[in-house]
Ligand binder design. Structure first.
Ligand code: GLA
Length: 382
């Protein structure tokens, strides 16, 4: 955990409030493979990282709650009575959403003081939003003794995102952030929300993230649109979700949908198979196979599901040309954020030194490499 960030949050809390706060760390996540499968009841393969949100939270004796977004230097005052989403409210809606969704369950929260800050770059596709939601629901659960299980908390976080932020996300980000296990990736069945942990040990290889530092604005609407396509086709096939469908099933309705939509749902079915195959490759210690699946995932995200962008494709193409990288793909919702790469140990610096100037020349922008450690999920910092 970032000790500098921790002291900054503690100081800022003390500057603004007199109460003694509870401190919470809630991580962001990576995803090895299984993209856009979570809202299709499918499989994903995420892991929590050592970057995320640190929140300091206490009860308040006032009639208002005060939240300070430390990185943005913004303060927000509201009452927990009658919360509703704010148009253009940005980060405020994550806080309001969590409060509102807790209340929807018939539980009472009082007013509170909150200071939060993070070290996941916004738009990096590492889910700072789920980290924030989880830190708030976790903190409120402790403070007001709500008796929520972690499982209930992640669904509150997800609903906050649906109903207050307007993104109909799946459960991967909230799950990984809450339930992360140090050094393990979690093969999560998003239908049952049961996960199998796999030790991340790639022999001679390691993970490297490269941030494109772009987030194209159509991301949220395109996300909801993809989800709607998947749900329409599932209902056409009379199944609960695309998780229940094979490639052969899709052929039976191919002439009832557009070629574009057919490719999208075909991607989901194939990506779901890739995520499961990836876990088999990890058990068999076949890292080359895992790499192939990761390249295959990007190919589908780019050409079939169409959620990539030039910047991501450029980085993945350079990875394909480099013998030290055996797998590379865009990670997260798409339209920007990071690529995740499986690279020979000790070769990351050389690869980044090669890629960075080419990226700069092409897009007139820097890309940023991150190495992350796989960490445990949302917890109290003592
Ligand atoms: C975003 C969403 C997740 C998931 C990914 C794509 O991160 O929040 O639920 O759908 O995109 O895999």
């Amino acid at each position: 955990m970032n000790t500098e960030l921790k002291s900054k949050i503690i100081k800022e809390f003390a500057k603004n409030f007199t109460e003694e706060p509870m401190l919470i760390f809630s991580p962001g996540r990576i995803n090895v493979i299984g993209e856009h499968t979570d809202y299709n009841d499918g499989f994903v393969f995420p892991a929590a990282v050592d970057k995320g949100i640190i929140a300091a939270i206490s009860k308040s004796s006032h009639t208002e709650s005060v939240t300070i977004a430390s990185d943005l230097n913004e303060k927000f005052e509201f009452s927990v009575e009658g919360v509703k989403p704010i148009i253009g409210g940005n980060w405020r809606n994550y806080i309001l959403g969590v409060v509102g969704e807790i209340q929807k369950k018939g539980l009472q929260v009082g007013n509170f003081n909150l200071v939060f800050g993070g070290d996941i770059p916004d738009g990096s596709g590492m889910s700072s939003s789920a980290a924030l939601e989880n830190s708030v629901v976790f903190g409120l659960n402790e403070l007001f003794k709500l008796g929520l299980t972690k499982e209930e908390m992640i669904f509150i976080s997800q609903k906050a995102e649906h109903n207050y932020v307007g993104v109909n996300c799946g459960i991967m980000d909230q799950y990984a952030s809450m339930f992360g296990i140090k050094d393990h990736a979690l093969l999560l069945d998003c239908r049952t929300t049961v996960a199998t942990p796999f030790l991340i040990d790639f022999n001679d290889f390691e993970l490297l993230l490269i941030n494109t530092n772009v987030k194209h604005s159509l991301a949220d609407s395109a996300y909801n649109n993809r989800r709607a396509v998947c749900e329409n086709v599932a209902s056409l096939l009379n199944v609960k979700a695309l998780r229940d469908v094979t490639e052969e099933d899709l052929l039976t309705i191919k002439d009832q949908i557009s070629e574009e939509d057919y490719q999208k749902v075909l991607f989901v079915v194939q990506e779901n198979n890739r995520a499961q195959a990836a876990s088999e490759a990890m058990v068999a210690n076949d890292i080359e196979k895992l790499g192939e699946l990761v390249f295959g995932s990007h190919n589908g995200l780019q050409h079939q599901y169409k959620v990539s962008c030039d910047e991501l494709d450029f980085l993945v193409d350079l990875a394909k040309d480099c013998d030290d990288v055996i797998g590379s793909r865009m990670m997260g919702g798409g339209f920007g954020g990071c690529t995740i790469n499986i690279i020979k140990k000790g070769k990351a610096t050389a690869f980044v030194e090669k890629v960075a100037p080419l990226y700069k020349e092409k897009f007139n922008k820097e890309c940023s490499p991150y190495s992350v450690n796989i960490s445990e999920g949302t917890h109290k910092i003592v």
